[in-house]
Design a protein around this ligand. Structure first.
Ligand code: SAM
Length: 271
């Protein structure tokens, strides 16, 4: 299978798998529903599979592209160059609140979308969660397995740290499954599109998000351990029971509310 698409050779280190299936592209753009005046931001525009149809509907689109050659191509885009605000940078280190402050209408939150490079999709989502208050929605193409994990609830084999943290920040809505053949070159795995809508107010009260993340990481690190054992270095069995959580269960059955109670207790103890 050729790695060259529209005259560009795909770079593995940048997670480049270019969408070329018009049906899938249409579905994604319909899900995004771009509107003129939206503060739209695309991560990884690449060769423009999503950029072009979105630009047909709006006057301005900010794109963040790390690959210098692709950013250069976009600067010379034959039709849409004047609509594009091109940021040649690593999205993982971009300050999205400064990005919003530079938008013409700062009152509107950001609408972020992209067919994400799969090699950095999880850290990139965690980076974006830090800016959730500045974002009204996100539409991302990800590995299907990652979408399953984002959307999973307690009791599911896919439920883990990513589910708890994503659902703490956002409503998670799977949109569409996409087969490898929709991309050039095709990835080895199925993909899926997900809509993430940051909660206007958090569904649970959490004193420290860092502590929530740490407790989730500990609890899911050894999934087969009971939480009594997994969390033994930061909370006693009795204190877990006092929070009305059974210390003998595994992390996979705890709700977001349970994790928030555990994290708040650990935080209050200075842990
Ligand atoms: N949107 C295009 C499409 O659907 O065909 C390209 C998607 S490709 C999966 C991922 C894109 O993200 C590539 O253009 C790649 O160069 C870019 N990229 C990779 N790492 C990046 C990063 N850290 N920051 C910004 N863009 C990145």
């Amino acid at each position: 299978m050729s790695k060259t698409h529209l005259g560009h050779t795909a770079r593995k280190r940048f997670g480049q798998n270019f969408l070329h299936d018009d049906y899938v592209i249409d579905k994604i753009v319909s899900a995004i529903q771009p509107d003129n005046g939206d503060n739209l931001v695309e991560i990884g525009p690449g060769l423009g599979a999503l950029t072009d149809p979105v630009c047909e509907q709006v006057d301005r689109l900010t794109v963040i592209e790390l690959d210098r050659d692709l950013a250069k191509r976009l600067r010379h885009h034959p039709f849409h160059a004047d609509k594009l605000n091109i940021i040649e940078q690593d999205a993982l280190t971009l300050d999205f609140s400064s990005l919003l402050a530079a938008m013409p209408d700062k009152e509107k939150k950001l609408r972020v979308f992209g067919n994400l490079p799969y090699n950095i999709s999880t850290p990139l989502m965690f980076h974006l969660f830090d800016y959730a208050e500045h974002i009204s929605d996100m539409h991302f193409m990800l590995q299907k397995e990652v979408v399953n994990r984002l959307a999973a609830g307690p009791g599911s084999k896919n439920y883990g740290r990513l589910s708890v943290m994503a659902q703490y920040y956002c409503r998670v809505i799977p949109v569409l499954t996409v087969p490898p053949g929709a991309f050039k070159p095709p990835p080895k795995v199925d993909s899926a599109v997900v809509r993430l809508v940051p909660h206007p107010t958090s569904p649970v009260n959490v004193h420290s998000v860092d502590t929530l993340e740490r407790v989730c990481a500990l609890a899911f690190n050894k999934r087969r351990k009971t939480i009594r054992n997994a969390l033994k270095d930061c909370i006693s069995e009795q204190d877990i029971a006092n929070l009305e959580i059974d210390p003998g269960v595994r992390a996979e059955v705890l709700t977001l509310h349970d994790f928030a109670s555990l994290a708040n207790f650990v935080y209050e103890q200075g842990g």
